[in-house]
Write a protein that binds this ligand. Structure first.
Ligand code: WT7
Length: 571
């Protein structure tokens, strides 16, 4: 098979010699870039904001270019540092302490970023929630984390459960509202009265900073717990993979409710003191090209789903914009189709660099580096300091060109340190000293990794990770639904779509209206991206004798594949 290969791009990239650096690299040396090397003190908020605000050459540099349909604002490092100090003082007033969980349920907005850093500055743990979540999704996360304070808007408040949250003491509301209860705090009023001086809480590298909830194949979403130490890898990948330079304008399209939106939408650019574009509002191809053009974006981190939509909108559209500032593009979240890479060469005259990592890994691990050849369809090679391999089910390494479980030698800097309240789940990720990802892949003789699929039932729809169990649980709450089995079905633009097989309770008859009602029920109860696009009514759902839904069998039926071992199937 003769693969098209794309040679390294000319130019002076931050990581010029992969093999050499790989041989001599030690993460310990990266720590020297940060102040604790001198002071023994650390806080990621200091390294990402205050350090630049204290620097006369940097303090008036624009940190955040905020752009939404109804609002434009440029905020300097100094200003953002002050606003986050104010917010930290608000939290202090309400008795927030180091280690408390403070959740954010906010649209992407300047207030989000001030609050987020205020939380970190007081040594608390931030929990950003995706703004599209509905009540059940919000409840599950606030309950599991035992969150003490929630920051949200009056618009989103309707989706915040009003009971069953014994630990939640206060709700801070951003925006005009009529709420009068004791539990509500007015953001604007409090910020006006808060000092912009705050003495930051110095913490340990291993102290918590962030929880992102993510879905597995069973159970409720899990709280993936990250610590300040993650900054070491976020900084280093910012240098090598994002290839950041001081005069760059960087744009990461991910929402901070997902890990890409924090590790690379916040930390990596700001640890480097680079100007960061945040775009509010929803995706449209025109707006995205316009943002790239008007903000003169030079480094862009996005996702295959978005790129596929740009492709399907055609070459004429992209030609209407001046994208001459753009010099580096990356992608994450799903397999990056070789056709999209080919299109990128034509449309932008640039390579699109695939990157592989996960919520649990905290930062990029396997990537296409600017200085390396790209083999379209491959995620690339592990960054220096990372050992990746393919293992079998017992955690033994297997030779090149054989499919198995993609695994990383445990102990990299940004690795999750716990699954919140769930130590056995955390331990289940590790075998033989390897972190086992759940992705199937192979490695070729030259060390390039090739993604093949998920080994578990986790669904990846438009780059968003959905656990079938959550959707099934919501479906059976609907009065008409008796049982449900949920799978991911391949889809050209979205990667996968969610397909649900259901059985109906007696007294209910299948009709388009009923199916639409069930779909809406999941959409309004859980979230839009978790609602099944296809629903199929069946007489029964295949289960094992122990009562587990056999999703694999449903999938084989759906795709017309051989069904494999069905010996555990219930009669
Ligand atoms: C899963 C992790 C942290 C990135 C955002 C997603 C899939 C991620 C790639 C890629 C093929 C990819 C994997 C992985 N995935 N990047 N470059 N090529 N698949 O984070 O929601 O935790 O999902 O996304 O299946 O396990 P996530």
């Amino acid at each position: 098979m003769d693969m098209q290969r794309i040679p390294a791009r000319e130019g002076n990239h931050n990581l010029q010699n992969y093999e050499d650096v790989r041989k001599n690299f030690s993460w310990d040396n990266v720590k020297r870039n940060f102040s604790w090397d001198k002071t023994g003190k650390v806080n990621i908020a200091y390294e990402a904001l205050d350090r630049h605000a204290e620097n006369p050459d940097k303090k008036d540099k624009v940190a955040l270019i905020y752009s939404a349909p109804d609002r434009e604002e440029n905020i300097t490092f100094n200003e953002l540092s002050k606003r986050s100090n104010q917010f930290a003082n608000v939290l202090k007033k309400y008795n927030v302490k180091k280690g408390d969980r403070i959740f954010l349920f906010l649209p992407r907005s300047p207030e989000f970023y001030a609050a987020f850093f205020g939380i970190l500055k007081i040594g608390a743990i931030a929990g950003p929630l995706f703004e599209a979540f509905m009540e059940q999704a919000v409840r599950d996360r606030l309950q599991d984390s035992e969150a003490k304070i929630l920051i949200t808007t009056p618009d989103l408040l309707g989706r915040v459960p009003q009971e069953d949250l014994p630990d939640l003491e206060k709700i801070i509301l951003v925006g005009e509202h009529q709420e009068t209860g004791d539990q509500y705090i007015d953001y604007t009023k409090e910020m006006e009265n808060a000092s912009s001086e705050f003495s930051i809480e110095w913490v340990d590298l291993e102290d918590g900073m962030l929880i992102h909830y993510t879905s597995g194949s069973t159970g409720k979403p899990k709280g993936v717990y990250h610590v300040h130490n993650a900054m070491i890898q976020q900084y280093q990948t910012g240098e090598w993979v994002l290839d950041l330079k001081q005069d760059d304008v960087y744009w990461c399209t991910a929402d901070p409710g997902w890990v890409t939106g924090t590790s690379y939408g916040i930390f990596a650019p700001w640890l480097h003191g680079v100007t960061n574009v945040i775009r509010g509002g929803r995706f449209t191809p025109d707006d995205w090209y316009k943002t790239l053009q008007d903000k003169e974006v030079s480094v862009w981190y996005t996702a295959p789903t978005a790129l596929r939509m740009l492709v399907s909108n055609g070459d004429d559209l992209v030609k209407q914009y001046d994208l001459s500032s753009l010099r580096h593009i990356m992608s994450v979240g799903e397999p990056l189709n070789p056709e999209v890479v080919t299109w990128g060469l034509k449309a932008f005259n640039l390579r699109i660099h695939d990157t592989w990592w996960m919520t649990e890994t905290g930062a990029q691990l396997i990537v296409n580096l600017p200085s390396e050849e790209i083999r379209p369809g491959s995620m690339g090679k592990p960054i220096p300091g990372i050992e990746a391999t393919i293992v079998d089910n017992e955690g033994n390494e297997i030779p090149p060109n054989q499919m198995g479980n993609l695994a990383i030698k445990a102990g990299w800097p940004a690795m999750m340190r716990a699954v919140w309240n769930n130590p056995s789940k955390y331990e289940s990720y590790f075998i033989n000293g390897w972190y086992v990802s759940g992705d199937s892949a192979y490695r070729d003789e030259d060390g390039y990794f090739w993604f093949q699929g998920r080994l578990d039932d986790v669904i990846n729809t438009s780059g968003e990770r959905v656990g079938p169990f959550e959707v099934e649980s919501k479906l059976i709450e609907h009065p008409a639904v008796a049982e449900a089995g949920v799978i991911g079905k391949p889809h050209p633009e979205r990667g996968e779509i969610i397909k649900a097989f259901i059985t109906l309770n007696t007294g209910y008859v299948e009709s388009p209206e009923l199916l639409e009602d069930i779909r809406q029920f999941v959409k309004t109860g859980l979230s839009a991206h978790a609602a099944p696009r296809e629903l199929e009514v069946r007489d029964s759902i295949p289960k094992t004798r122990s009562g587990k839904i056999m999703r694999r069998l449903l999938k084989s039926w759906e795709l017309g594949l051989p069904t494999g071992d069905t010996s555990t199937l219930e009669e």
